[in-house]
Write a protein that binds this ligand. Structure first.
Ligand SMILES: *Cc1c(COP(=O)(O)O)cnc(C)c1O
Length: 458
Protein backbone atom coordinates (compact mmCIF):
# COMPACT_ATOMS: atom_id res chain seq x y z
CA UNK A 1 0.00 0.00 0.00
CA UNK A 2 0.96 3.63 -0.54
CA UNK A 3 0.96 5.65 2.69
CA UNK A 4 -0.58 9.15 2.69
CA UNK A 5 1.88 10.32 5.31
CA UNK A 6 5.33 11.00 3.95
CA UNK A 7 7.71 10.61 6.86
CA UNK A 8 11.03 12.37 7.27
CA UNK A 9 13.42 9.70 5.95
CA UNK A 10 15.86 10.17 8.85
CA UNK A 11 15.81 10.02 12.63
CA UNK A 12 17.20 12.55 15.06
CA UNK A 13 20.58 11.93 16.68
CA UNK A 14 21.37 15.40 18.04
CA UNK A 15 18.86 18.09 18.99
CA UNK A 16 19.12 21.85 19.15
CA UNK A 17 16.94 23.75 21.59
CA UNK A 18 14.40 26.26 20.29
CA UNK A 19 13.86 29.13 22.74
CA UNK A 20 10.17 30.03 22.91
CA UNK A 21 9.36 33.75 23.25
CA UNK A 22 6.30 35.82 24.22
CA UNK A 23 4.55 38.34 21.94
CA UNK A 24 5.84 41.19 24.17
CA UNK A 25 9.42 40.03 23.82
CA UNK A 26 9.05 39.71 20.07
CA UNK A 27 7.67 43.24 19.76
CA UNK A 28 10.72 44.55 21.59
CA UNK A 29 13.16 42.47 19.53
CA UNK A 30 11.54 43.62 16.29
CA UNK A 31 11.86 47.29 17.22
CA UNK A 32 15.52 46.77 18.12
CA UNK A 33 16.00 45.17 14.70
CA UNK A 34 14.48 48.22 12.97
CA UNK A 35 11.75 45.95 11.57
CA UNK A 36 14.29 44.06 9.52
CA UNK A 37 14.34 40.36 10.54
CA UNK A 38 17.87 40.01 9.10
CA UNK A 39 18.92 42.08 12.13
CA UNK A 40 17.28 39.77 14.70
CA UNK A 41 19.39 37.42 16.83
CA UNK A 42 18.73 33.76 16.06
CA UNK A 43 17.70 32.95 19.64
CA UNK A 44 14.86 35.46 19.23
CA UNK A 45 13.42 33.29 16.46
CA UNK A 46 11.21 30.21 16.93
CA UNK A 47 10.99 28.85 13.38
CA UNK A 48 13.68 30.22 11.08
CA UNK A 49 12.56 30.18 7.45
CA UNK A 50 14.80 33.09 6.46
CA UNK A 51 16.79 30.93 4.12
CA UNK A 52 17.57 27.39 3.08
CA UNK A 53 21.17 28.52 2.59
CA UNK A 54 23.75 26.96 4.89
CA UNK A 55 21.02 25.86 7.28
CA UNK A 56 20.94 22.17 6.34
CA UNK A 57 21.33 19.48 8.99
CA UNK A 58 24.30 17.34 8.07
CA UNK A 59 24.08 13.56 8.19
CA UNK A 60 26.04 11.27 10.51
CA UNK A 61 28.08 10.31 7.42
CA UNK A 62 28.97 13.96 6.82
CA UNK A 63 29.92 14.47 10.48
CA UNK A 64 32.12 11.40 10.22
CA UNK A 65 33.65 13.04 7.12
CA UNK A 66 34.35 16.16 9.17
CA UNK A 67 36.67 14.10 11.41
CA UNK A 68 38.36 12.63 8.35
CA UNK A 69 38.96 16.09 6.85
CA UNK A 70 42.54 16.50 5.62
CA UNK A 71 43.77 20.00 6.45
CA UNK A 72 46.91 19.90 4.31
CA UNK A 73 47.56 23.20 2.56
CA UNK A 74 48.09 21.69 -0.89
CA UNK A 75 46.66 18.56 -2.50
CA UNK A 76 44.61 17.46 0.52
CA UNK A 77 42.77 14.14 0.10
CA UNK A 78 39.53 15.94 1.03
CA UNK A 79 40.08 18.32 -1.88
CA UNK A 80 40.74 15.44 -4.27
CA UNK A 81 37.50 13.82 -3.07
CA UNK A 82 35.51 17.03 -3.58
CA UNK A 83 37.14 17.74 -6.94
CA UNK A 84 36.24 14.26 -8.19
CA UNK A 85 32.66 14.51 -6.86
CA UNK A 86 32.17 17.84 -8.69
CA UNK A 87 33.88 16.64 -11.89
CA UNK A 88 31.73 13.48 -11.99
CA UNK A 89 28.56 15.48 -11.48
CA UNK A 90 29.23 18.49 -13.74
CA UNK A 91 31.48 16.90 -16.36
CA UNK A 92 33.69 20.00 -16.08
CA UNK A 93 37.45 19.39 -15.80
CA UNK A 94 38.41 22.62 -13.97
CA UNK A 95 37.03 23.00 -10.46
CA UNK A 96 37.70 26.01 -8.23
CA UNK A 97 36.63 25.70 -4.58
CA UNK A 98 35.27 28.87 -2.97
CA UNK A 99 33.98 29.75 0.48
CA UNK A 100 30.46 30.20 -0.92
CA UNK A 101 28.55 30.74 -4.14
CA UNK A 102 28.99 34.50 -4.39
CA UNK A 103 32.77 34.16 -4.27
CA UNK A 104 32.53 31.92 -7.35
CA UNK A 105 30.25 34.52 -8.93
CA UNK A 106 32.72 37.28 -8.15
CA UNK A 107 35.64 35.34 -9.68
CA UNK A 108 33.77 34.60 -12.89
CA UNK A 109 31.61 37.68 -13.42
CA UNK A 110 34.37 40.20 -12.78
CA UNK A 111 36.53 38.34 -15.36
CA UNK A 112 33.90 38.23 -18.09
CA UNK A 113 31.78 41.27 -17.09
CA UNK A 114 32.65 44.97 -17.01
CA UNK A 115 31.19 48.12 -18.55
CA UNK A 116 29.29 47.60 -21.79
CA UNK A 117 28.63 43.89 -21.14
CA UNK A 118 25.24 42.35 -20.48
CA UNK A 119 24.20 39.14 -18.75
CA UNK A 120 20.87 37.51 -19.54
CA UNK A 121 19.15 35.13 -17.13
CA UNK A 122 15.77 33.57 -16.34
CA UNK A 123 16.20 35.58 -13.11
CA UNK A 124 19.46 36.73 -11.59
CA UNK A 125 19.67 35.90 -7.90
CA UNK A 126 20.41 38.97 -5.72
CA UNK A 127 24.13 38.26 -5.20
CA UNK A 128 24.46 37.37 -8.88
CA UNK A 129 22.95 40.68 -9.95
CA UNK A 130 25.06 42.57 -7.41
CA UNK A 131 28.29 40.96 -8.63
CA UNK A 132 27.41 41.69 -12.25
CA UNK A 133 26.42 45.30 -11.58
CA UNK A 134 29.46 45.78 -9.36
CA UNK A 135 31.63 44.86 -12.38
CA UNK A 136 29.91 47.62 -14.37
CA UNK A 137 27.86 45.22 -16.50
CA UNK A 138 24.06 45.05 -16.87
CA UNK A 139 21.91 42.11 -15.69
CA UNK A 140 18.73 41.43 -17.68
CA UNK A 141 16.01 39.07 -16.44
CA UNK A 142 13.96 37.19 -19.05
CA UNK A 143 11.66 34.76 -17.27
CA UNK A 144 8.74 33.35 -19.25
CA UNK A 145 5.63 35.58 -18.88
CA UNK A 146 3.84 32.85 -16.87
CA UNK A 147 6.41 33.44 -14.12
CA UNK A 148 4.95 36.79 -13.15
CA UNK A 149 1.43 35.45 -12.59
CA UNK A 150 1.73 33.91 -9.11
CA UNK A 151 -1.51 31.92 -9.33
CA UNK A 152 -1.00 30.50 -12.82
CA UNK A 153 -0.13 26.81 -12.87
CA UNK A 154 2.75 25.85 -15.15
CA UNK A 155 5.05 22.83 -14.75
CA UNK A 156 8.26 24.77 -15.50
CA UNK A 157 7.59 28.29 -14.39
CA UNK A 158 11.33 28.88 -13.94
CA UNK A 159 12.04 28.69 -17.68
CA UNK A 160 13.88 31.41 -19.57
CA UNK A 161 11.93 33.17 -22.34
CA UNK A 162 13.95 32.22 -25.41
CA UNK A 163 12.18 34.79 -27.65
CA UNK A 164 13.25 37.57 -25.28
CA UNK A 165 16.72 36.06 -25.11
CA UNK A 166 17.00 36.33 -28.92
CA UNK A 167 15.66 39.90 -28.88
CA UNK A 168 18.26 40.93 -26.33
CA UNK A 169 21.07 39.22 -28.23
CA UNK A 170 20.00 41.22 -31.33
CA UNK A 171 19.68 44.42 -29.35
CA UNK A 172 23.04 44.33 -27.56
CA UNK A 173 24.99 42.25 -30.08
CA UNK A 174 26.23 38.74 -29.25
CA UNK A 175 29.79 40.03 -28.68
CA UNK A 176 28.50 42.12 -25.76
CA UNK A 177 26.63 39.32 -24.05
CA UNK A 178 29.10 38.11 -21.42
CA UNK A 179 27.01 35.06 -20.51
CA UNK A 180 23.55 33.60 -20.29
CA UNK A 181 23.01 32.46 -16.71
CA UNK A 182 20.32 29.85 -16.17
CA UNK A 183 19.34 29.65 -12.50
CA UNK A 184 18.07 26.18 -11.55
CA UNK A 185 15.76 26.17 -9.78
CA UNK A 186 14.87 29.81 -10.29
CA UNK A 187 15.32 31.08 -6.71
CA UNK A 188 14.14 34.70 -6.99
CA UNK A 189 11.51 33.71 -9.54
CA UNK A 190 9.70 31.49 -7.02
CA UNK A 191 11.98 28.47 -6.64
CA UNK A 192 10.40 27.24 -9.85
CA UNK A 193 12.03 24.55 -11.98
CA UNK A 194 13.57 24.81 -15.43
CA UNK A 195 12.84 22.06 -17.96
CA UNK A 196 15.54 20.14 -19.79
CA UNK A 197 13.91 21.26 -23.03
CA UNK A 198 14.35 24.91 -22.05
CA UNK A 199 17.97 24.35 -20.99
CA UNK A 200 18.57 22.63 -24.33
CA UNK A 201 17.09 25.53 -26.31
CA UNK A 202 19.13 28.06 -24.35
CA UNK A 203 22.23 25.98 -24.95
CA UNK A 204 21.57 25.84 -28.72
CA UNK A 205 21.02 29.59 -28.94
CA UNK A 206 24.23 30.23 -27.01
CA UNK A 207 26.20 27.86 -29.26
CA UNK A 208 24.80 29.49 -32.38
CA UNK A 209 25.89 32.97 -31.26
CA UNK A 210 29.09 31.92 -29.52
CA UNK A 211 27.85 33.06 -26.11
CA UNK A 212 28.96 31.48 -22.84
CA UNK A 213 26.24 29.46 -21.05
CA UNK A 214 26.56 29.22 -17.27
CA UNK A 215 24.32 27.24 -14.92
CA UNK A 216 23.66 28.72 -11.50
CA UNK A 217 23.22 25.23 -10.11
CA UNK A 218 22.53 25.78 -6.41
CA UNK A 219 19.40 23.60 -6.47
CA UNK A 220 20.17 21.26 -9.34
CA UNK A 221 18.99 18.14 -7.42
CA UNK A 222 15.62 19.70 -6.58
CA UNK A 223 15.29 20.75 -10.22
CA UNK A 224 16.02 17.16 -11.27
CA UNK A 225 13.06 15.93 -9.19
CA UNK A 226 10.72 18.19 -11.19
CA UNK A 227 12.20 17.12 -14.53
CA UNK A 228 11.76 13.44 -13.69
CA UNK A 229 8.16 13.87 -12.53
CA UNK A 230 6.92 16.54 -14.94
CA UNK A 231 8.83 16.28 -18.19
CA UNK A 232 8.03 13.42 -20.58
CA UNK A 233 10.92 11.12 -21.35
CA UNK A 234 12.67 11.28 -17.96
CA UNK A 235 10.57 8.76 -16.00
CA UNK A 236 13.36 6.19 -16.08
CA UNK A 237 16.33 8.53 -15.77
CA UNK A 238 17.86 8.87 -12.30
CA UNK A 239 17.94 12.28 -10.60
CA UNK A 240 21.70 12.31 -10.82
CA UNK A 241 21.70 11.51 -14.54
CA UNK A 242 19.17 14.29 -15.14
CA UNK A 243 21.46 16.74 -13.37
CA UNK A 244 24.46 15.46 -15.34
CA UNK A 245 22.58 15.97 -18.62
CA UNK A 246 21.75 19.55 -17.69
CA UNK A 247 25.34 20.32 -16.68
CA UNK A 248 26.39 18.79 -20.00
CA UNK A 249 24.56 21.57 -21.87
CA UNK A 250 26.51 24.40 -20.20
CA UNK A 251 30.05 25.78 -20.44
CA UNK A 252 30.36 25.86 -16.69
CA UNK A 253 28.52 26.46 -13.47
CA UNK A 254 28.64 28.15 -10.15
CA UNK A 255 27.17 26.44 -7.12
CA UNK A 256 26.58 27.47 -3.58
CA UNK A 257 27.18 24.23 -1.66
CA UNK A 258 25.04 25.75 1.11
CA UNK A 259 21.98 24.59 -0.81
CA UNK A 260 21.99 21.21 -2.55
CA UNK A 261 25.38 20.06 -1.26
CA UNK A 262 23.75 19.83 2.20
CA UNK A 263 26.52 21.67 4.04
CA UNK A 264 26.76 24.85 6.10
CA UNK A 265 29.50 26.55 4.09
CA UNK A 266 31.11 26.19 0.69
CA UNK A 267 30.78 26.60 -3.04
CA UNK A 268 32.59 26.16 -6.31
CA UNK A 269 33.09 27.32 -9.85
CA UNK A 270 33.37 24.61 -12.52
CA UNK A 271 34.55 25.42 -16.05
CA UNK A 272 35.34 23.67 -19.30
CA UNK A 273 37.56 26.45 -20.67
CA UNK A 274 41.16 26.18 -19.47
CA UNK A 275 42.07 29.75 -20.30
CA UNK A 276 39.17 31.20 -18.33
CA UNK A 277 39.82 28.75 -15.48
CA UNK A 278 43.44 29.95 -15.26
CA UNK A 279 42.33 33.59 -15.11
CA UNK A 280 39.80 32.83 -12.38
CA UNK A 281 42.25 30.66 -10.47
CA UNK A 282 44.76 33.51 -10.33
CA UNK A 283 42.19 35.70 -8.60
CA UNK A 284 41.09 32.76 -6.44
CA UNK A 285 44.58 32.48 -5.02
CA UNK A 286 44.77 36.23 -4.35
CA UNK A 287 41.34 36.58 -2.73
CA UNK A 288 40.11 33.17 -1.48
CA UNK A 289 43.00 30.80 -0.89
CA UNK A 290 45.25 28.34 -2.68
CA UNK A 291 43.62 26.49 -5.57
CA UNK A 292 43.15 23.20 -3.69
CA UNK A 293 41.08 24.68 -0.87
CA UNK A 294 39.75 28.10 -1.95
CA UNK A 295 38.17 29.49 1.19
CA UNK A 296 37.42 26.06 2.64
CA UNK A 297 38.74 23.80 5.36
CA UNK A 298 39.52 20.21 4.39
CA UNK A 299 36.60 19.07 6.54
CA UNK A 300 34.21 21.34 4.63
CA UNK A 301 35.34 19.84 1.32
CA UNK A 302 34.90 16.33 2.71
CA UNK A 303 31.30 17.14 3.77
CA UNK A 304 30.54 18.67 0.35
CA UNK A 305 31.73 15.52 -1.45
CA UNK A 306 29.38 13.42 0.73
CA UNK A 307 26.47 15.88 0.52
CA UNK A 308 26.58 15.94 -3.27
CA UNK A 309 25.93 12.18 -3.18
CA UNK A 310 23.25 12.21 -0.49
CA UNK A 311 21.17 14.95 -2.11
CA UNK A 312 20.33 12.69 -5.05
CA UNK A 313 18.94 9.85 -2.86
CA UNK A 314 15.39 9.31 -4.16
CA UNK A 315 13.76 9.06 -0.69
CA UNK A 316 15.38 12.29 0.41
CA UNK A 317 14.39 14.23 -2.70
CA UNK A 318 10.84 12.91 -2.59
CA UNK A 319 10.42 13.93 1.06
CA UNK A 320 12.05 17.28 0.34
CA UNK A 321 9.78 18.32 -2.52
CA UNK A 322 6.63 16.81 -1.00
CA UNK A 323 7.11 18.58 2.33
CA UNK A 324 7.41 21.95 0.58
CA UNK A 325 4.26 21.09 -1.36
CA UNK A 326 2.50 20.16 1.93
CA UNK A 327 3.04 23.68 3.29
CA UNK A 328 2.02 25.28 -0.02
CA UNK A 329 -1.16 23.28 -0.47
CA UNK A 330 -2.29 23.88 3.12
CA UNK A 331 -1.77 27.63 2.76
CA UNK A 332 -3.63 27.56 -0.55
CA UNK A 333 -6.52 25.72 1.13
CA UNK A 334 -6.68 28.56 3.69
CA UNK A 335 -7.06 31.05 0.83
CA UNK A 336 -3.58 32.56 1.24
CA UNK A 337 -2.41 33.81 -2.19
CA UNK A 338 0.71 31.83 -2.93
CA UNK A 339 2.83 31.20 -5.96
CA UNK A 340 1.67 27.92 -7.43
CA UNK A 341 2.68 25.27 -8.05
CA UNK A 342 5.04 25.08 -5.06
CA UNK A 343 8.73 25.58 -5.75
CA UNK A 344 11.38 23.17 -4.51
CA UNK A 345 12.92 24.86 -1.50
CA UNK A 346 10.38 27.46 -0.51
CA UNK A 347 6.81 28.68 -0.56
CA UNK A 348 6.31 32.19 -1.91
CA UNK A 349 3.37 34.25 -0.74
CA UNK A 350 1.96 37.06 -2.85
CA UNK A 351 2.00 39.82 -0.24
CA UNK A 352 0.70 42.37 -2.72
CA UNK A 353 -2.47 40.32 -3.15
CA UNK A 354 -2.74 39.59 0.59
CA UNK A 355 -2.48 43.29 1.54
CA UNK A 356 -4.21 45.10 -1.36
CA UNK A 357 -4.60 48.27 0.75
CA UNK A 358 -0.91 48.74 1.48
CA UNK A 359 0.71 50.90 -1.26
CA UNK A 360 3.75 49.39 -2.97
CA UNK A 361 6.04 52.12 -1.66
CA UNK A 362 5.07 51.02 1.84
CA UNK A 363 6.42 47.53 1.17
CA UNK A 364 3.59 44.99 1.68
CA UNK A 365 6.14 42.14 1.68
CA UNK A 366 8.03 43.66 4.60
CA UNK A 367 4.71 44.08 6.43
CA UNK A 368 3.96 40.35 6.14
CA UNK A 369 7.48 39.38 7.22
CA UNK A 370 7.15 41.50 10.38
CA UNK A 371 3.61 40.29 11.16
CA UNK A 372 4.67 36.63 10.96
CA UNK A 373 7.45 37.35 13.43
CA UNK A 374 5.17 39.25 15.81
CA UNK A 375 2.52 36.53 15.81
CA UNK A 376 4.63 33.41 16.06
CA UNK A 377 8.36 34.13 16.00
CA UNK A 378 8.60 32.94 12.39
CA UNK A 379 11.41 34.59 10.47
CA UNK A 380 11.26 34.82 6.69
CA UNK A 381 12.41 37.01 3.86
CA UNK A 382 10.89 39.62 1.57
CA UNK A 383 11.61 39.10 -2.13
CA UNK A 384 10.06 42.15 -3.68
CA UNK A 385 10.43 45.90 -3.72
CA UNK A 386 12.76 45.99 -0.70
CA UNK A 387 15.13 43.55 -2.40
CA UNK A 388 14.77 44.70 -6.01
CA UNK A 389 13.15 48.15 -5.90
CA UNK A 390 14.95 51.04 -7.59
CA UNK A 391 14.39 54.80 -7.57
CA UNK A 392 13.64 57.01 -10.56
CA UNK A 393 15.29 60.41 -11.06
CA UNK A 394 12.75 62.10 -8.79
CA UNK A 395 13.34 59.60 -5.99
CA UNK A 396 10.07 57.73 -6.50
CA UNK A 397 10.21 53.97 -5.89
CA UNK A 398 10.11 51.79 -9.01
CA UNK A 399 8.64 48.67 -7.43
CA UNK A 400 9.74 45.10 -8.27
CA UNK A 401 7.50 43.05 -10.59
CA UNK A 402 6.11 41.18 -7.59
CA UNK A 403 6.09 41.56 -3.84
CA UNK A 404 6.67 38.07 -2.54
CA UNK A 405 7.45 36.71 0.89
CA UNK A 406 9.59 33.62 0.92
CA UNK A 407 9.23 30.84 3.46
CA UNK A 408 12.42 28.91 2.77
CA UNK A 409 12.63 25.43 4.24
CA UNK A 410 16.01 24.38 5.66
CA UNK A 411 16.96 20.87 4.55
CA UNK A 412 16.36 18.02 7.06
CA UNK A 413 15.82 20.49 9.95
CA UNK A 414 12.12 20.89 10.74
CA UNK A 415 9.48 18.20 11.21
CA UNK A 416 5.85 18.21 10.15
CA UNK A 417 4.68 19.65 13.50
CA UNK A 418 6.87 22.71 12.96
CA UNK A 419 5.28 23.18 9.56
CA UNK A 420 1.79 22.71 11.03
CA UNK A 421 2.59 25.55 13.47
CA UNK A 422 3.46 27.77 10.50
CA UNK A 423 0.19 26.90 8.79
CA UNK A 424 -1.75 27.76 11.97
CA UNK A 425 0.02 31.14 12.12
CA UNK A 426 -1.41 32.03 8.72
CA UNK A 427 -4.95 31.48 10.04
CA UNK A 428 -4.15 34.18 12.63
CA UNK A 429 -2.46 36.42 10.08
CA UNK A 430 -5.67 36.52 8.04
CA UNK A 431 -7.61 37.76 11.08
CA UNK A 432 -5.09 40.57 11.69
CA UNK A 433 -4.90 41.62 8.05
CA UNK A 434 -6.86 44.90 8.29
CA UNK A 435 -4.77 46.17 11.22
CA UNK A 436 -1.42 45.93 9.42
CA UNK A 437 0.30 49.17 8.43
CA UNK A 438 3.10 49.95 5.98
CA UNK A 439 6.76 50.90 6.32
CA UNK A 440 9.15 53.52 5.06
CA UNK A 441 12.92 53.02 4.80
CA UNK A 442 14.99 55.13 7.20
CA UNK A 443 18.44 53.78 6.24
CA UNK A 444 19.76 51.85 3.24
CA UNK A 445 23.16 50.98 1.75
CA UNK A 446 23.79 51.24 -2.04
CA UNK A 447 23.92 47.46 -2.73
CA UNK A 448 21.86 44.52 -1.35
CA UNK A 449 19.88 46.88 0.84
CA UNK A 450 17.48 44.23 2.16
CA UNK A 451 20.18 42.75 4.42
CA UNK A 452 20.80 45.89 6.45
CA UNK A 453 18.03 48.45 5.74
CA UNK A 454 16.15 50.03 8.65
CA UNK A 455 12.41 50.61 8.56
CA UNK A 456 9.87 52.68 10.50
CA UNK A 457 6.10 52.17 10.67
CA UNK A 458 3.91 54.73 8.92
C1 LIG B 1 22.47 31.31 -2.66
C2 LIG B 1 22.56 31.57 -4.08
C3 LIG B 1 23.69 32.18 -4.63
C4 LIG B 1 24.86 32.69 -3.80
O1 LIG B 1 25.42 31.72 -3.01
P1 LIG B 1 26.00 32.05 -1.53
O2 LIG B 1 26.57 30.75 -1.08
O3 LIG B 1 24.89 32.53 -0.70
O4 LIG B 1 27.06 33.09 -1.70
C5 LIG B 1 23.70 32.36 -6.00
N1 LIG B 1 22.68 31.99 -6.76
C6 LIG B 1 21.58 31.42 -6.27
C7 LIG B 1 20.47 31.01 -7.17
C8 LIG B 1 21.47 31.19 -4.90
O5 LIG B 1 20.36 30.64 -4.42
Amino acid sequence: MQFKTIIEPFRIKTVERIRLTTPEQREEYLQHAHFNPFLLHSDQVIIDLLTDSGTSAMSSAQWAGIMRGDESYAGASSWLRMEKAVQDLTGCPYILPTHQGRAAEHLLYTRIGGAGKVFISNTHFDTTRANIEFSGATAIDCPIPENSDPALLHPFKGNLDTAKLLENIEKYGPENVAAVVLTVTNNSGGGQPVSMENARQVSEICKKYGIRFILDACRIAENAWFVKHREPGFEHTTYREIAQQMFGLADGCIMSAKKDALVNMGGFLALRDLDLAVQCRTVLIITEGYSTYGGLSGRDMEAIAIGLEEVFEPDYLHYRIKSTEYLAENLHALGIPIMRPAGGHAVYIDARAFYPDIPLDQYPGQVMVCELYRLAGIRCCEIGSVMFGKYDASGQLIPATMDLVRLAIPRRVYTQSHIDYVIETFEELRKHRAKASGFRITYEPPFLRHFTAHFATI
